[in-house]
Design a protein around this ligand. Structure first.
Ligand code: SAH
Length: 301
């Protein structure tokens, strides 16, 4: 049997398609989401409807965002739930989720996300956090561990800080590869994110928090004295009561907030550190750019 074919659909790798097929696992996930009639539920990547069907059964009408036109087509002609779905056939990374929210009905977003885009998608979704009640996602297990990690451990990093600054993070359950078709090579986990209603210690600019995290964790074995060289001096770190000999994983969220606020008030003169992946892409773009037009290469983020 072709493991890549599920319910007559050939799974597409480029869309990160791993379809849930284990009824017990599906039922546990839907219980964790706990959908209720009248709620403003939004599913990302409904696929063949493994989660969509039981959620609609409990809650009635929902919205779904699906990029694969074949799957969107199937959902439009679904024998039981087609009438309950508002289908947005588009890329969730570019989708304006705010258009679905109202004051009375904040969003309850869920999905078994394509793992290749899960981190950028979560950063995109966090920009709508004020309109979100909660989110439940299936992610690669390591990603959930990074989201939930506290200081002093290997999994702690930019994803932990940026997520925990904005949300409460609850790992809900782990799921092995055999629950999916085709089976992924990694373990998965469900995470529940609940945006903070009120941030007690807000940063002046969330981009500064991201900049500080990038600088710190780009080379996580360096002490912050070295990683922050271009942003904050040792004397300034001392003024902030932060030990320059610490490594990035030893700083708390509150300390990162303090550092972010510091660079908002004392903007560095140099270019901030860029994300590693972007730097790599830049290099590739430059290599591919054989007529040596530097402008177009530097436009690549
Ligand atoms: N929810 C289904 C399918 C999960 S596979 C299940 O659990 O069985 C991931 C789904 O996300 C697929 O349907 C895939 O087509 C969709 N997808 C991939 N990239 C997407 C994107 N950028 N925006 C919206 N949907 C996407």
């Amino acid at each position: 049997m072709n493991d890549k074919k599920h319910l007559g659909h050939q799974a597409k790798k480029r869309f990160g398609q791993n379809f849930l097929h284990n009824e017990a696992v599906i039922s546990d996930i839907v219980d964790a989401i706990n959908p209720e009639p009248g709620e403003n539920l939004v599913e990302i990547g409904p696929g063949l409807g493994a989660l969509t069907e039981p959620v609609v059964e409990r809650a009635g009408k929902i919205s779904v965002v699906e990029l694969d036109r074949d799957l969107a087509h199937r959902l439009r002609h679904h024998p039981f739930i087609a009438d309950d779905l508002t289908i947005y056939e588009t890329d969730a990374l570019k989708f304006d989720f705010a258009q679905l929210a109202t004051k009375e009905k904040p969003l309850r977003i869920f999905g078994n996300l394509p793992y290749n885009i899960s981190t950028p998608l979560i950063f995109h979704l966090l920009t709508f956090k004020d309109q979100v009640q909660d989110m439940h996602f299936m992610l690669q297990k390591e990603v959930v561990e990074r989201m939930a990690a506290g200081p002093h451990c290997k999994a702690y990093g930019r994803l932990s800080i940026m997520t925990q600054y904005q949300c409460q993070v609850f790992p809900v359950m782990e799921i092995g590869p055999e629950a999916f078709r085709p089976a992924p090579k990694v373990d998965s986990a469900i995470v529940r994110l609940i945006p903070h209603a009120h941030i007690a210690n807000p940063v002046k600019d969330i981009k500064a928090l991201n900049t500080i995290c990038l600088a710190a964790f780009n080379q996580r074995r360096k002490t912050i004295r070295n990683s922050f060289k271009k942003l904050i001096s040792v004397a300034q770190l001392a003024e902030l009561n932060i030990d320059a000999n610490l490594r990035p994983e030893n700083l708390s969220l509150d300390e990162y907030i303090k550092l972010a606020n510091f660079i908002v008030d004392h903007p560095p003169e140099v270019e901030p550190v860029k994300e590693k992946r972007h730097m790599a892409r830049n290099k590739l773009a430059q290599r591919a750019n054989n007529n040596g037009n530097e402008d177009s290469a530097s436009e690549v983020e």
